[in-house]
Design a protein around this ligand. Structure first.
Ligand SMILES: C[S@@+](CC[C@H](N)C(=O)[O-])C[C@H]1O[C@@H](n2cnc3c(N)ncnc32)[C@H](O)[C@@H]1O
Length: 302
């Protein structure tokens, strides 16, 4: 946890933050509600004697009392996808509807692609790109299991992605769930911080900016581009969005979330960011017993 100490000045109740980061995360699944009702899924878990409780603020996320939700009948049937709470937050913020054409720029292994497919009821198109072939096979498996037909899967470096051969000039909305140092995943993967280095944090910034910039370019005027990471480093979060706001092609919007979160920060180690970054949300484990996350909702200028 030593690498997290650099955030002591920006995180309230830092001791509680560290204590929560050291606790294992509970296991949750997201129900593919366009295929099956939450009640049917709960019945199936109960028939298998698996303890399950839908979350009070979103009943399609179910907490289970087992460690491997992927090895259950509802998962094999493609009714649910093992997905932690914070990973279920981005897709609904894209405001998508059936028929939309959406880009999931860094999509593998497909948790949020599957969620987007669910939100458009498998009607429309989700173009899912990733530059990692091995992870793309996991994405294909997950989409097949979830019965998704409205997805196009393509290996691509999102910074240079060109959807025109698919007959797509611009997307209604885009998701950039960026590659990051993953500091916020330490509750489910305690080794997540083993290879942490400031050099890695700083080198990712260029890739993240390149992908987010391309998403703004490829999204229609008035469309949403959602930027998310599972890390705390301001270099990978506010600094990236700050550079994109500087380009002038989008604005950042406030986000309502159903539990306590912290605002984005507007300065870090002597560097000031656009004050609008306080509209982004930082999600810390000690606030609502979740993993760590960062979300910024951008609206492309009209
Ligand atoms: C945080 S993970 C995405 C998780 C995924 N959105 C989900 O919900 O299952 C980030 C992904 O970005 C991919 N990636 C890294 N650099 C990329 C690039 N230049 N273009 C496209 N994808 C990239 C990685 O292979 C990785 O799968």
């Amino acid at each position: 946890m030593d690498s997290l100490r650099r955030y002591a000045s920006i995180i309230d109740d830092f001791d509680a933050f560290i204590a929560a980061s050291e606790r294992p995360l509970s296991h949750t699944v997201r129900v593919q509600t366009s295929r099956v009702s939450v009640d049917r899924v709960v019945d199936a878990f109960e028939e298998a004697a698996i303890g399950c409780s839908p979350l009070s603020w979103r009943e399609s996320i179910i907490e289970l009392d087992i460690d491997r939700p992927g090895l259950t009948l509802p998962a094999f049937l493609g009714w649910v996808h093992g997905q932690e709470v914070v990973s279920c937050l981005p897709a609904p913020l894209l405001d998508v509807v059936p028929g939309d054409v959406i880009w999931d720029a860094c999509a593998a292994p497909g948790s949020k692609t599957g969620h987007l497919i669910d939100l458009i009821e498998d009607v429309g198109t989700v173009v899912a790109t990733d530059d990692n072939l091995g992870r793309l096979s996991a994405l294909r498996y997950n989409l097949e299991r979830l019965g998704a037909t409205a997805a196009i899967v393509e290996r691509a470096d999102a910074r240079r992605f060109d959807p025109s051969p698919m007959g797509i000039e611009a997307f209604d909305a885009s998701l950039v769930d960026a590659p990051c140092t993953g500091e916020g995943t330490v509750r489910k993967k305690p080794s997540a911080l083993d290879d942490w280095s400031l050099g890695h944090v700083e080198s990712l910034g260029n890739v993240q900016r390149g992908i987010l910039r391309r998403a703004i370019e490829l999204t229609k005027p008035g469309g949403v581009v959602l930027y998310s990471t599972c890390t705390y480093a301001p270099e990978e979060n506010e600094a990236v969005v700050d550079a994109i706001l500087d380009d002038g092609g989008c604005d950042i919007e406030p986000i309502e979330l159903p539990f306590e979160t912290a605002p984005g920060i507007d300065s870090w180690e002597g560097t000031a960011f656009d004050h609008r970054l306080t509209r982004a949300r930082r999600i810390y484990p000690h606030h609502a017993d979740t993993g760590g996350f960062f979300i910024a909702k951008l609206r492309v200028a009209t």
